[in-house]
Design a binder for this molecule. Structure first.
Ligand SMILES: Cc1ncc(COP(=O)(O)OP(=O)(O)O)c(N)n1
Ligand SMILES: Cc1nc(C(=O)O)sc1CCOP(=O)(O)O
Ligand SMILES: [Mg+2]
Length: 536
């Protein structure tokens, strides 16, 4: 049984035998035949070239493609076809780039940099399409993703009807994927509104017959549907790709972002359908995340590609730069001790901060992940309100999930270089070191401080090696990073530790001296007084 309804077919004035599918020669990268180049230890990263218009509001167009590729971990180069003046209200102006100069940009990139996937967006004139096609014949890439941008979501025309025949007859036959929304699919087919999933399937088949290898019809605008359903057609099978409809007005650029994210996944080497599924999930996650962000005064806000904007407003008092003086009185929590003294972790942290702790570490060795995350969020609120950094011990996932200020890892935890790649440049990373060699490596791996111990024997950490004051001094003298001393330190011996008198030693980290006591606040206050006195 044919899935293409007869009514739909007959309503498409442009459906004619000339759009029947032509056999297509797969283009392959010509780099395979190139002579081997000596690039010892060099890594080539996946590369998408976007050929699109600039959007001044940066939700769509070139800006969307750059951000989406960056978010997906793929390099993106750009050929600008038009400069548009846009905001959340609509499109105020379009200035097409002369086709010769589009050609020049294409040659500059393609003659020099190996491109895996070319993705097209706004192509404002037939002449630009022509230049693009000529260039693609000259320089091969692995795949061409065509987002047939015609009308902006605000309803403004970005490529007029004159472009349609070039799209149908010349560009689509070269495409590996074409990603029209419902309006663009109607325009390509010259048929009335697409209103049902059956219409979408029919449209996908008809567009497929124009020559692309795959068609993705985006059903976001389909009336009367609670889910957003896209139809993917590969010439044999129709796939319904469903996702829940996210209530947000920050959707400007969703189409460009989806197409460039698919291009990014293809560039990484994914086959078409998995690439689309991964890209769709990314788009949905970003839409969901950004639903309550406000941009501009118009009805449609830009897409938030990096999924990070809210982090920076939810914690305005967070310190951006690590201050080594914060290591002076470093309070490290212990769930067992809090249970013993029948107090919550937030009460423990509150007492430590009010007593003078200058940095807090949550070291919860036997707490369930969910409870740990919940406590971490509460403690973070407390710490932020006092301007005290919060560090999470061992658990990078928890630190990221609650947006803590940093993490502390030991020699058998996740390597510092990996931690840095995961948490980014702004988070504080502390690392436990017992030797100058470990301290040197911590510095090389871009840690921010060193925890050195055990200075004295401790009951808090099982089988801990004691390095003594001598070991501490050796590490401090050889460390390029600030050091906090740990292990068996309390009111009775903190003075002796600070007295070793090396500039890198910035303070002491304590667990039981604060938390295995009746009143955390009182003990913190006493210890703070000792440290302040010793530091004079
Ligand atoms: C400030 C500080 N220094 C050292 C440690 C110990 O970390 P690690 O060696 O990873 O051991 P655990 O704390 O995970 O048992 C620390 N937590 N804090
Ligand atoms: C967590 C930890 N790390 C150490 C190290 O030597 O790296 S000693 C230690 C426990 C410190 O607890 P207390 O202050 O109760 O002795
Ligand atoms: Mg650890």
């Amino acid at each position: 049984m044919s899935v293409v309804s007869a009514e739909f077919l007959s309503s498409c004035s442009l459906f004619s035998p000339s759009f029947q599918k032509q056999p297509r020669v797969f283009r392959r990268s010509n780099r395979r035949n190139s002579p081997p180049v000596l690039v010892a230890e060099m890594v080539r990263v996946p590369h998408v070239l976007t050929v699109a218009g600039s959007d001044s509001s940066a939700g769509a167009g070139i800006q969307a493609d750059l951000k989406a590729c960056a978010a997906r971990g793929v390099y993106c180069s750009t050929v600008i076809t038009a400069v548009t003046a846009q905001n959340t209200v609509g499109v105020q102006g379009v200035h097409a780039v002369p086709e010769d100069f589009v050609g020049e940009q294409l040659k500059s990139v393609l003659s020099d940099m190996p491109v895996d996937v070319v993705k097209t967006g706004m192509l404002p004139s037939e002449a630009i399409v022509q230049v693009l096609l000529q260039t693609l014949d000259e320089f091969h890439c692995q795949a061409l993703v065509v987002d047939p941008v015609m009308v902006s979501t605000s309803g403004d025309v970005l490529a007029g009807p004159s472009i349609l025949s070039s799209f149908r007859e010349k560009l689509l036959p070269k495409a590996d994927l074409v990603t029209p929304n419902l309006k663009e699919a109607s325009a390509l087919l010259g048929c009335p509104q697409i209103q049902t999933l059956a219409d979408m399937r029919s449209a996908a088949k008809l567009i497929y017959n124009m020559g692309p290898q795959h068609v993705l019809i985006k059903g976001g605008d389909l009336p009367a549907s609670s889910d957003a359903v896209d139809i993917f057609y590969d010439g044999e099978t129709f796939y319904e790709l469903c996702s829940s409809r996210i209530k947000t007005s920050n959707t400007h650029g969703t189409g460009c972002t989806l197409a460039s994210s698919i291009a990014a996944e293809l560039a990484k080497g994914f086959p078409m359908l998995p690439a689309i599924k991964v890209a769709k999930r990314y788009v949905e996650t970003a839409l969901d995340y950004s639903k309550d962000i406000v941009f501009g005064n118009g009805p449609q806000g830009p897409f938030d590609h990096v999924i990070k904007l809210k982090n920076n407003i939810s914690s305005p008092s967070r310190k951006l730069v690590f201050n080594p003086d914060d290591l002076l009185l470093y309070a490290v929590t212990d769930s067992g001790m809090n249970r013993k003294w029948n107090r919550s972790i937030t009460d423990a942290v509150k007492g430590a901060i009010e007593g003078g702790a200058t940095i807090i570490q949550l070291r919860e060795k036997d707490t369930d992940t969910r409870d740990f995350l919940q406590s971490a969020k509460s403690c973070l609120e407390l710490c932020r309100s006092h301007g005290v950094p919060l560090i999470i011990n061992d658990r990078i996932d928890v630190a990221l999930a609650c947006d803590a200020d940093g993490v502390h890892v030991g020699q058998s935890d996740m390597p510092v270089s990996v931690v840095r790649a995961l948490v980014g440049t702004e988070k504080i990373i502390g690392v436990s070191c017992k030797t100058p060699e470990q301290a040197e490596k911590a510095w090389m791996d871009s840690a921010d401080y060193i925890g050195c111990g055990g200075v004295y024997p401790t009951n808090t950490k099982a089988n801990n090696i004691t390095v003594g004051l001598d070991g501490l001094k050796k590490v401090c003298l050889n460390s390029k990073l600030p050091v906090v001393a740990i292990g068996g330190i309390g009111i009775s011996n903190a003075h002796s530790v600070i007295e070793i008198g090396v500039p890198n030693l910035k303070g002491v980290a304590v667990v039981s001296a604060l938390f295995d006591t009746e009143c955390v606040l009182t003990e913190a206050r006493k210890l703070h007084a000792v440290l302040s006195d010793a530091a004079k």
